[in-house]
Design a protein around this ligand. Sequence first.
Ligand code: GLC
Ligand code: CA
Length: 555
Amino acid sequence: MSSKPGQARWWHGAVLYQLYVRSWRDTNGDGYGDLGGVIEGLDYLSWLGVDGIWLSPTMPSPDADWGYDVSDYLGVHPELGTLADMDRLIEQAGKRGLRVLLDLVPNHTSSAHSWFVDAASSRDADHRDYYVWADAAPDGGPPNNWLNSTGASAWTWHEPTGQYYLHNFLPAQPDLNWWEPAVHQAFTETLRFWLDRGVAGFRIDVAHGLYKDAKLRDNPPAPTEGPLLGRFGQLAIYNMNRPEVHEVYRDWRRIADSYDDPKLLLGETWVDLDRLGSFYGHGDELQLGFNFPFVFAGLTAPALSGVVGDTLAKLPAGSCPVWTLSNHDVGRFPSRWCDGDPARIRLALLVLATLPGTTVLYYGDEIGMLDVRVPLELQRDEMSRGGEVGWRGNRDRARTPMQWDATATAGFTSDGVTPWLPVGDNADISVAAQRDDPASMLSFCRELIRLRKAGSGGQIASYEVLPAPPGAWAYRTGALTVLGNFTAGPVHCDLPGGPVRLATVLSTVAPAPSAPAPSAPAPSAPAPSATASSQTAGPDGITLAPWQGVILGSP
Ligand code: GLC
Ligand code: CA
């Protein structure tokens, strides 16, 4: 079917917003965000200028992993609302030009799903082969060395039927067996069920998973430890990352493309850049795959320009890259990358919002929300309980209530209600404190989104690296020239480029290198965004303040 002009690939140049439903807004006073709260927040999102929202899991779940353990793919979690609420949400979002993506979890179900309940009832149960069962090793131990997301064995012994079952995550999340055709059928129906209701597509959980090695071979040791392939000393090449998964995405893409307004498949592709491109296929698999090497790059010029250059070189021609810095697993970039320094947060936002392709913000990124240290007794995430730092840190730190205002409940829930997770520091970091302040992080972020859309909405902007001194990174993307200083001292760029269109912070550094040096160092504390800056990249170039980023030219 043909699509309406300009709508076919609406995610090109777009900004998506990951909305962690339980933490966004609570409308019935139970301390959990809900779909009613999402609806209430739609005007804010359309004011901010985003194009679509990805809702964290909304399907019924016992919440061993907060919705990533699904017990019914065709329903809505009663704590979040009803199917009618979801229909209303899609309709209300649509009225504002916002698309809604759901989170789809095809790698595993909840152990409370009726399929698993049946599968566990006997070895000849109808759904036995929906899951991965295996006999014990000769010594009675697990069938192989595979480890789950906590570093423990990925196998749990099931005494009643005398076999182990596989779970790459918690024991309450048994892995599906994608060698079983009925599993494909069940997910095809799930896709159509939601797409027919007006959902714009899916974020696909553990998109590099699904298939497991048919021979259940041991994973080899990993040469290095890191968040991508080499976790817990193993290369996860047999319990996930199997080539057969691509056939699934070719099937799903055919479904997505069969709609008038093509639907979007956005994979949680937790892989290196060499593998990322394979998920785009030949333009016939996922339209977007999350870029985790970028998430973990860090706020330095060589790391960022390196990973961006590599990404663009390695993705198949015509693919749309997708950039994000925070999510509900890895934590918030204002803490991880920026130590809470507003100047650095703005610089990272500037990069995020100007790269070609699709940008995904995490709720609260736009006001500079920070990770929250959640005391052990208040932690709600079983998988990461007690985790301290890095990619293995406690995940609750980035799941705390959206900071709407400076009250005790941050405007997230009614007065006197205890939110499911504690509220972070919301004295200045809140929508209410920032919305009407033209110098705020929120106003800066909104202006970035506006510039992005004016400059490259509806297309994947071109990208060209420009010469820059050490510590700086300069690029031209579409009609915008972006310069960033990723150091704590001033940096001079010999780049004539015209007036500064937007700056992360006002420069107090003298405009030209020949001018006398400023006596006081430039602040890296909250500073106004400089839409009205008089800074100019003249014939001698421009001197950037510490951690300052600027956009030159007009889109
Ligand atoms: C993905 C989700 C994460 C979840 C895991 C298991 O990585 O983002 O939150 O725990 O999959 O579903
Ligand atoms: Ca609620």
